[in-house]
Write a protein that binds this ligand. Structure first.
Ligand SMILES: NC(=O)C1=CN([C@@H]2O[C@H](COP(=O)(O)OP(=O)(O)OC[C@H]3O[C@@H](n4cnc5c(N)ncnc54)[C@H](OP(=O)(O)O)[C@@H]3O)[C@@H](O)[C@H]2O)C=CC1
Ligand SMILES: CC(=O)C(=O)O
Ligand SMILES: [Mg+2]
Length: 677
């Protein structure tokens, strides 16, 4: 069917590609799909064409560049270019177009997973074509976030791409642009202004956005991610300027496949999807949860090196039960109560089927910030049919386990020697508990049912115990141990005497002074993790943990805290956030062509992260490495995850690269500007 359609429209497409280059650019950017082909066909073809071009076309010298006044030369280049392009196009139709993952990985220069556009496949000194649907130039090029370079366009590029007069005469380097943006960002007092400025930059000049984010990760993570992204979601309706990501609402029921086809990119490798019901610890933010998939995917690119064009943020708008939003005139979502039961299940089923139909078997679907009454079920249901990963359950578990493995070097003993108490028995709490129990079981060979007994959970009704079994949600039942009922966290701390206290309640200030003092009274080095986000929901602050424990606590939190001096000693709190795991984990899954996620891959990720903590980090009281080295860390995580996938027979990319760390690094997208022919 697809082949038939492409062949039917082939003459028009050929004609389109042969238009004089300047007039080509005058056609609105998105007009071609609607006029000629579905966006699938167009993107699919251009991506394959350009990839083929960069491999087989000998790279051009000065004389090959299009010149406005040298029509015959321009004509012959166009013929050569489009001849190769159309040949590749036809190859693609026949299904034998070359696939980047089948190539020798050494060809890639700062490549990016599946370099369909061929941009990074060229060496640094080779010229690449700024493909959109046609060759972008003039105003279109400046408005195309993927290829825009602002004042960094060179004199030659300004000539060849019809930019004269559209830019002021000064030419800036990318480094100078970075300095300017950072200066401006630092001048804003309000974090939300920084967030907005960064989102505007992402929409205007993608490479500059990622360069800045990568080079200033510790400073900017709290802006594009927790805590500021939480405030942005709360105010999304008011600050909304340009839509980011794909909104799929109940209005599109029955047409989800068509909606997916409206997205301008075809080679999608990672989707982060939310239905907005549990946004951080802020509750139901409905459609305004979009800030979360957008933010998470920025980190996929900045921290994990997955190319931006391969990332698709999606919000499923199934209504909201948030009365404030329902009564807000600026609310951007459906003004109706949430769909539940069969209606919800059918909508999700249609979505999951459409995703597979559009992007194939190997697209990674990351569920993010769903409420727990849907999250566990979706993971179980689609875990056997799709490549799915729940970041709140699995990513969080992996990052916490990594922190614990690292902390053992400081507190001593093995995991099995410790006792764990959680405040919060939802996705994060039970997800973490299960992975710890699995790791202890693996280390000690004890049955999982036994190892679970080292872990205790408290929910809003008190300690999870067997006498409550009847009324417990299914994911809490494995943690309902024999014990007398206890109402409060303090009582539970005093009775269980945990060595590790983990907050996953979404409620701020619940690790009270009494709780922290109790932890410090029977532990030499109590491990206290306040994981709830954003900062306002943290179970306690770094200052409180260090002060109340009299400097004994090893502390990490979901949202960042500044270092704190207590009794003449500087304490540096770590950030226990799944952002350490999911970018590298996702890269690993994609680069080996994994078809399913397995718990052992999560354990492999934890071990890889724990190994990255240096002696210097330990000396500073850290159990996580700093984010400054995150791309190196992600490459190591990706390599371990991929190695495990190969071992389990879940990886489809053959042959297996010998050096997986090097391969992961070579797959990473780099945001330096490319030179345009
Ligand atoms: N740092 C990180 O990387 C991550 C942090 N998080 C954070 O963890 C928090 C929880 O997320 P998640 O597990 O998905 O949420 P869930 O809604 O699934 O779970 C919340 C749990 O907390 C319990 N709870 C709520 N209020 C209280 C209270 N006052 N006292 C005791 N228990 C309480 C709930 O009890 P009940 O079941 O009785 O309602 C429930 O068991 C969020 O703030 C989120 O931002 C999540 C993922 C990753
Ligand atoms: C970090 C994260 O995923 C959360 O707070 O939900
Ligand atoms: Mg989350």
């Amino acid at each position: 069917m697809v082949k038939k359609n492409i062949l039917k429209y082939l003459p028009s497409l050929t004609k389109r590609l042969s238009l004089p280059s300047h007039s080509r650019t005058r056609t609105p950017f998105y007009s071609l799909p609607s006029l000629l082909l579905s966006s699938f066909q167009v993107h699919w073809s251009t991506s394959h064409c350009s990839q083929h071009l960069t491999q087989e076309q000998p790279h051009t010298s000065e004389k090959d560049r299009p010149r406005r006044n040298n029509l015959s030369q321009q004509e012959s280049e166009r013929k050569a270019t489009h001849g190769v392009a159309m040949e590749s196009f036809m190859k693609g139709i026949r299904g034998d177009a070359p696939c980047v993952l089948d190539m020798d990985p050494t060809h890639t220069v700062g490549g990016g997973v599946e370099d369909f556009y061929g941009e990074d496949h060229a060496t640094e000194d080779q010229l690449v074509t700024p493909w959109t649907i046609s060759v972008a130039s003039g105003h279109t090029l400046l408005r195309d976030k993927r290829h825009n370079k602002g004042l960094a366009f060179t004199e030659t590029e300004r000539d060849t791409h019809y930019l004269r007069g559209l830019l002021p005469p000064a030419i800036s380097s990318q480094e100078l642009q970075e300095r300017k943006i950072m200066k401006n960002l630092r001048s804003y007092e309000v974090p939300l202004q920084r967030y907005q400025a960064l989102m505007d930059l992402q929409e205007r000049n993608e490479r500059l956005f990622y360069k800045i984010l990568i080079n200033n990760v510790e400073e900017l993570l709290p802006v594009v991610y927790t805590p500021t992204v939480g405030e942005a979601c709360q105010k999304y309706g008011s600050i909304f300027r340009r839509p980011q990501g794909l909104y799929i609402s109940l209005k599109e029921k029955g047409k989800i496949l068509e909606v997916l086809r409206n997205w301008p990119e075809r080679s999608i490798q990672v989707i982060v999807v939310t239905d907005g019901e549990r946004i951080l610890g802020l509750g139901d933010l409905g459609c305004q949860g979009m800030g979360i998939p957008v933010g998470k995917l920025s980190l996929y690119t900045a921290l994990g090196g997955v190319r931006p064009s391969a990332c698709l943020p999606i919000t499923l708008d199934v209504g909201t039960n948030n009365e404030t939003l329902l009564n807000d005139e600026f609310y951007i979502g459906l003004k109706q109560k949430r769909a539940r039961g069969q209606e919800y299940a059918d909508f999700l089923q249609e979505f999951m089927t459409a995703v597979k139909q559009s992007y194939g078997e190997k697209v990674l679907i990351q569920f993010e910030d769903f409420a727990n009454h849907n999250a566990f079920e979706l993971l179980a249901k689609y875990g056997t049919t799709h490549l799915v990963f729940n970041d709140d359950i699995q990513g969080t578990a992996s990052v916490v386990l990594a922190g614990l493995l690292a902390a053992l070097k400081v507190v001593g003993g093995t995991l099995a020697d410790h006792t764990f108490l959680f405040l919060g028995a939802g996705e994060a709490g039970t997800g973490i508990a299960e992975l710890i129990a699995l790791e202890i079981s693996r280390q000690t060979k004890a049955p999982l049912e036994e190892t679970r007994k080292k872990l205790w959970l408290v929910d809003s009704k008190g300690l999870v115990v067997s006498s409550r079994n009847e009324s417990l949600q299914h994911f809490k039942k494995p943690w309902a141990h024999e014990h007398e009922p206890l109402k409060t966290l303090l009582e539970a701390v005093q009775a269980i005497k945990p060595t590790v206290l983990i907050g996953t309640s979404g409620v701020g200030q619940t690790f009270t002074q009494e709780v922290v003092e109790a932890m410090a009274s029977f532990n030499e080095k109590p491990l206290i993790l306040a994981l709830s986000n954003p900062t306002s929901q943290a179970e306690c602050t770094a200052e409180q943990a260090y002060t109340w424990s009299k400097g004994k606590a090893i502390f990490a939190s979901g949202s960042p805290f500044d270092s704190f001096e207590y009794d003449g000693k500087k304490f540096v709190p770590g950030q226990a956030n799944n952002a350490y795991i999911f970018p590298g984990f996702g890269l690993g899954v994609i680069m080996c062509g994994a078809i399913r996620v397995h718990d052992d891959m999560l354990l492999a990720a934890s071990e890889a992260l724990a190994k990255q903590v240096s002696e210097e980090n330990y000396a500073n009281g850290l159990i996580y490495p700093p984010f400054t080295n995150i791309r190196k860390i992600s490459a190591n995580i990706a390599a371990s995850v991929a190695a495990k996938a190969y071992e389990l027979g879940l990886a489809s990319r053959r042959p297996r690269p010998d050096d997986l760390v090097k391969y992961a690094e070579s797959c990473m997208y780099t945001p330096v500007y490319r030179n345009y022919r």
